[in-house]
Design a protein around this ligand. Structure first.
Ligand SMILES: Cc1ncc(COP(=O)(O)O)c(C=O)c1O
Length: 481
């Protein structure tokens, strides 16, 4: 019988197929920048997709991975295409494709120092670069975790640990803990609060203004109502920015409120916190230096692949106590603060060294690349918004503050029905991939401009296409009913 293990670990095979895969990806990348060259999405229904892969799985074993990888690519969204304007996921830098390969090869799960010697040191350096960018002070620290959802949960656990002993004693029915957050916050905050046992009554949603920012003048009344209802507010969360429309909350006003009531101030900056790298846009984060914790995703606006998130803390002790637990087979002294054993401070045990992506980006290009990316994408969103406003029939949901633009084509009482159909047809055609959102309860088309190679001409073409589809649908008698 063939020694399969020997073949599976063969260095020559690896080198040869590795070269071919890089050629394949580089070819794709070159083509992707041309919107005419290929589609953003080649949509198949979930059933057809499943059938395709069932069929594939039953075929004879493959000799090389080339065809498999081509098939995966052909059946997936191409984020590198300028027509990709959908979810807030970065268009990863080619450099990070290489760091991903190195990381997978090493597979150093960095919870304990020896399994991530370089990773833990690199993580500490990047975290301290970020805490100083945000002006969090000399006592600041932080960790890298897998995604903003987990990052928000981690920060809220730290917030709770600062006022309650639930971690040790379990839930106490007489202590009704609650958080305050904008009604536009990402659902991961709601989810974290529910995981922590706060229940839906423990999430006080503060209404937003016409720009979808938290109405900070309503904070005091929301707080007093919650206290009167027997709740103990321990944390307020600012959005930088909101997911649906990209609205930045007034962080300074929230910081002042948090200080007045002595509660934890957390910023969900998963998407927008990297605006700190731009002199033009960092004013959106004024007040962030007062935060007790900040979440920032490297895999959104910082061009790293998913998932990689920084959770920054103003005070190191908060990061240290969040997950305090005995795991003596891993750590000799559980109580000691040891930055180099990062598993003590994260939810994860075998934690991938995703920080390598960001470190490699910083070492190659420095903060200037982040500045260019933010300025380019935020600037493009503004230009696109003015195209929308000046185009007959189109309506903008709000002036974009970030790189998220929500709009729709107006067709009287058929507006929602037609925009829904337009979206489906756009995706079916494949040149553009955009999504939808609900703005004040109304259906809107939503674009996140994530690709710095998207041009204003591409966006003009998107509007032309939407108008063309909407007009032809308008004539469709079936839609009239
Ligand atoms: C504001 C905000 N917070 C948190 C998240 C969740 O981040 P992740 O997808 O990295 O878990 C998102 C995702 O879009 C987001 O927009």
């Amino acid at each position: 019988m063939e020694d399969l293990l020997k073949r599976a670990y063969d260095a020559t095979d690896f080198r040869n197929s590795g070269h071919r895969i890089i050629d394949l990806l580089a070819g794709q990348l070159g083509q992707s920048h041309e919107i005419e060259g290929c589609d953003a999405i080649n949509h198949k229904s979930p059933e057809r997709q499943l059938d395709y892969w069932k069929d594939d799985f039953n075929k004879p074993f493959i000799e090389s991975p080339d065809t498999l990888f081509k098939n995966v690519i052909n059946n997936s969204v191409n984020l590198h295409n300028p027509g990709y304007l959908a979810h807030q996921v970065s268009v990863p830098l080619p450099l990070t494709v290489l760091t991903a390969a190195v990381m997978s090869y090493m597979n150093n799960g960095m919870a304990v120092y020896e399994m991530g010697m370089a990773g833990n040191a690199i993580e500490k350096i990047v975290i301290s670069h970020l805490t100083s960018k945000f002006g969090l002070g000399d006592d600041a620290s932080g960790i890298v975790t897998s995604g903003g959802t987990l990052g928000n949960l981690t920060a809220l656990l730290a917030a709770r640990a600062s006022v309650s002993n639930v971690w040790e004693d379990g839930a106490n029915d007489s202590e009704k803990l609650a958080i305050m957050v904008s009604a536009e916050a990402h659902f991961s905050i709601d989810r974290a609060a529910r995981i922590m046992g706060l229940g839906k009554n423990g999430i006080i949603k503060v209404p937003v203004n016409e720009k979808f920012q938290m109405r900070t003048e309503a904070l005091e009344i929301c707080y007093q109502n919650a206290v009167a209802a027997g709740l103990k507010i321990f944390c307020i969360i600012g959005c930088s920015c909101s997911t649906s429309t990209g609205a930045f909350d007034d962080l300074q006003a929230i910081a002042d409120f948090a200080q007045q009531h002595q509660i934890w101030f957390h910023i969900d900056g998963a998407h927008g916190a990297p605006a700190i790298f731009s002199d033009k846009h960092k004013h959106l984060l004024n007040g962030a230096d007062n935060a007790d914790s900040i979440v920032l995703d490297f895999h959104k606006m910082m061009m790293a692949p998913s998932l990689s998130t920084a959770v920054l803390f103003k005070h190191q002790r908060h990061s240290a106590h969040t997950f305090s637990q005995e795991a003596l087979y891993l750590y000799q002294d559980e109580q000691e603060y040891e930055w180099f054993n990062s598993g003590k401070y994260t939810f994860e045990c075998t934690k991938p060294a995703t920080i390598l992506h960001t470190y490699a980006i910083m070492r190659h290009y420095g903060d200037e690349l982040y500045r260019q990316n933010i300025d380019c994408l935020f600037g493009l969103a503004r230009e696109f918004a003015s195209l929308v406003k000046n185009r007959d029939g189109f309506e903008l949901a709000s002036e974009p503050q970030a790189n998220i633009v929500c709009f729709r084509y107006r067709c009287g009482e058929l507006t929602t029905a037609i925009n829904k159909q337009v979206l489906q047809q756009l995706i079916a055609e494949g040149k553009f991939y955009i999504v939808s959102t609900s703005v004040k309860g109304q259906f809107y088309l939503r674009t996140s401009i994530m690709n710095p190679f998207t041009t204003i001409e591409n966006l003009q073409l998107l509007l032309d296409k939407i108008k063309e589809l909407a007009c032809s649908l308008h004539l469709n008698p079936q839609l009239q009913h």
